[in-house]
Design a protein around this ligand. Sequence first.
Ligand code: NAD
Ligand code: ZN
Length: 377
Amino acid sequence: MATAGKVIKCKAAVAWKPNAPLVMEEIEVAPPQEGEIRIKVIATGVCHTDLYHLFESQQIKGFPAVLGHEGAGVVESVGPGVTDFKPGDKVIPLFISQCGECRFCKYPKTNLCDRNWSSKHYDVMSDSTSRFTCRGQPILQFMGTSTFSEYTVMNQIAVTKIRDDAPLDRVCLLACGVATGYGAAVNTAAVTPGSVCAVFGLGAVGLAAVMGCKNAGASRIFAVDINEEKFKKAKVFGATDFVNPKSYDKPISEVLAEMTNGGVDFSLECVGNTEVMRSALESCVKGWGVSVLVGWTDVKDFSARPIQLISGKTWKGSLFGGFKSKECVPKLVEDYMSGKIMLDEFITHNMPLEKVNDAINLMKTGECIRTILNISK
Ligand code: NAD
Ligand code: ZN
């Protein structure tokens, strides 16, 4: 490529500060260093975690940054020492790396890689180094990925190669939301055939959890949301019962207990609200119920009565659906291509990068499931 080894000037949406619209800017993207890959981003989804950083995290240290972590693209050039990737490869940037060598990568039951940005910098949701500058200032790479940009640079341990015929404007959803919710059900909860499940929050993450419960053979799936507009989509993904907690005078956990003879076998919280996390736990049946935290929040402590766990329930969390990223995402792409999992059904809007603030507003107001930003051809 003519651009290899040179600084690329390109468009990106920069988050200069919290609680403010993103600003379209020309940024400079440095060439990839040792072990790094520069990627031309083709498409990206907008996930609630981008909104969390911008509006909810109460964090001022993680700015200025380029947000976006649900993208897919094509390799533009590779740095020294990169042998597994070449220009033109279709790839998915990953917010969880898989170095394959650390204690965590070698342990079969976790997908947390010790060389990820998050192992040291969870507070700012970015590594302190970046290949981006704008107006003379370094710009952070949110979650290591920064897909709201025409180009990004990633370490090869956080990039996975996918098949050549995969549609990038769909499989980008496997970089976060769909893999997260689906894996939370099939891996972390390990939903069993015939079981009764409840999914709280029906954004893309929750709908993917519904799809996971269905594919794992659940016999009944309660879809719980305060926005009833989401119920129609939940049905498409396999939900069988629909509950709006606001329609009842009593706690939702009591409502579900009555409907299920004592509580659900599995519950998944896909909202990011500590009160809902508690409700999801309390909605599980005593003895064996499993409740999984998927929604993202780190600003508040949560609470629960110890008896909830003493009585035999399990409370656990799930990051990126428990999938070891580099090896599992290409398999999820195969699952989409063979029809085992849905992706198209999550997409409600498509727009260019310039409209990113509209996409953010659609999520804020609950009008979209996923907006795809089409960044390059
Ligand atoms: P979204 O905003 O599209 O969906 C959230 C849904 O929750 C909406 O439908 C909303 O109406 C519903 N909701 C809000 N308050 C509720 C309540 N009190 N009870 C029931 N439903 C309620 O968001 P999303 O992109 O689907 O993401 C969902 C959550 O998952 C976010 O917190 C996000 O940060 C998190 N997330 C976690 C991971 C992970 O690895 N654990 C990865 C991606 C996203
Ligand atoms: Zn996300």
